[in-house]
Design a protein around this ligand. Sequence first.
Ligand code: F6R
Length: 608
Amino acid sequence: MCGIVGIVGSSDVVHVTELLLDGLQKLEYRGYDSAGIYVTNDQKQEHLIKVKGRVADLRNQVSDDVQGSIGIAHTRWATHGEPSINNAHPHVSENGRFYLVHNGVIENYQELKAKYLSNVNFKSDTDSEVAVQLVQYFVDKDNLTTLEALRKTVSLMPDSAYGFLLIDNEQPDKLYVAKRRSPLLIALGDNFNAVCSDALAMIAHTNKFVELHDGEVAVLTSNSVDIQDGNGNHIMRDPYTVDMDASEADKGAYEHYMLKEIDEQPIVIRRHLTDYFDENKEPALEQSLINEMAQADRIYIIAAGTSYHAGLVGKRIIEKLTNIPVEVNIASEFAYNYEIISEQPFFIFISQSGETADLREVLNRINKDGYSSLTITNVKNSTLSREATYTILLKAGPEIAVASTKAYTAQISIEAILAKALGMKLNNFTAQNFDLFGQLSVVANAMQALIDQKDKLRNIAEKYFVNATDAFYIGRGIDYAVSLEASLKLKEISYLHSEGIAAGELKHGPIALIEKGTPVVGILTQENVVALTRSNLAETQARGSKVLTIAMKKFAVTNDDIVIDDVDELLTPLLSVIPAQLISYYTSLAKGLDVDKPRNLAKSVTVQ
Ligand code: F6R
């Protein structure tokens, strides 16, 4: 959360302010309650501009004379202190010499404030300001250099998460950097070097990046990068190339990223068919991963939010095709209730961003305990990818809308490919007889057929959801797992209270919430429970609900609202979720809400 970007360049060739604002715009998915920029040069012409609001509001405040050769910028997702100009970054040391932006949380900021900074007049309520005041404190009191003071400062925050970018206005040719548990990458450009929370911020200007690891600091000039470890040893690290077309991160003709990303789902499935299957149409995954997983007596899936919901679907698919029991855990719960682990566990971390702090907490623990793991993520070289034993990439292309759509279906598709590979290795009969390649090809076409029903789904959204106060998705088995995701989509972007309920549970309590007109959507794709779920829908209808249905063709009846093409019952979530994604989108749109940047949320959740 929070997006940060810093640039040091030759001012005659590089337009630092423009690059910072462009970069910040690309990072806005990380937080968007306030934003700020600081730019200076060797003439000490300084500009500090902060706004409460979006990057676009900041851009409006930045006039043409805001120019410089070095700068830092920040878009905030508030943790400590409400969104306000004072709490917006960059923060300035009391003497006006040091400027800092921060992504993360300084856990012990109150203690540090009390111990070192009791005489300082703080301008904000943030934890971050403590860092910049401490740098000044150690430079003044202990006569340390700026780098030494930054090192000393971070050494006092051993349990905290930070990406810090610091400018000392007495050395306007140097950008100081420190990282721990918050994502930060160095970008190598022509006539400039930069640091950013995500490659997206700089991909329009360079595809060469250098990783920074936890505990490292770095000093950048326009033509040099000096990375040092915690002991001051210089680290030589080769750059890597990010193969992303800058246009992939653009909305193009779409009004919202979310709709673009919903539309991209068939393309992602087809990409999996090309990239993850061999010429015999069998899964082609790293053999050592499959060999190791085949030894497991239990698989633990760890994830959060939408990725957790994809994990719930994955459990069903993996168990069916491998007979290995699978447990799905919410990362933030598992992290502090490290339950009894089986003899031969294997851990799968599912994360679109690859940066989620709750998952990282678990991964650190299992790494310490020496267990193997796999990260399924959309972001190459992300923290969870680097720190797990194996990685499978989702290859969904950048997902920018805060509400996850194409990553969810990509996660399920990858879980199915993994399950099939593992089942084949284990000579599992069901896996051997499962034509996954053929089924995913059908899915890609069937997804398109659903996406083409936008007008119908818009009507449903406007007629039944826009004015509702509660809405429910219900289903059994794998349809229940999709109900949870469908309901999360609805609540997060349309602010409509919604629950995903196991259909059989309604009568044990939630049915009390049904009122006249309450929309209840039944998901009906599993032969053994379709009739039961239909009865549960009828029970709500008898109490006034407006029943809607998403049914698979072979179980459909004439008045079902949305019919999905017939596919293997294990893969129906790839289809049944799509009408729900579109209903959420159109409900949010009709309510005039910010579809891509819903209130209070941010993508890439790097705080616990
Ligand atoms: C909801 C959504 C979130 C994320 C969750 C985990 O649409 O996107 O619930 O799924 O924050 O994020 P990742 O997958 O990046 O670990």
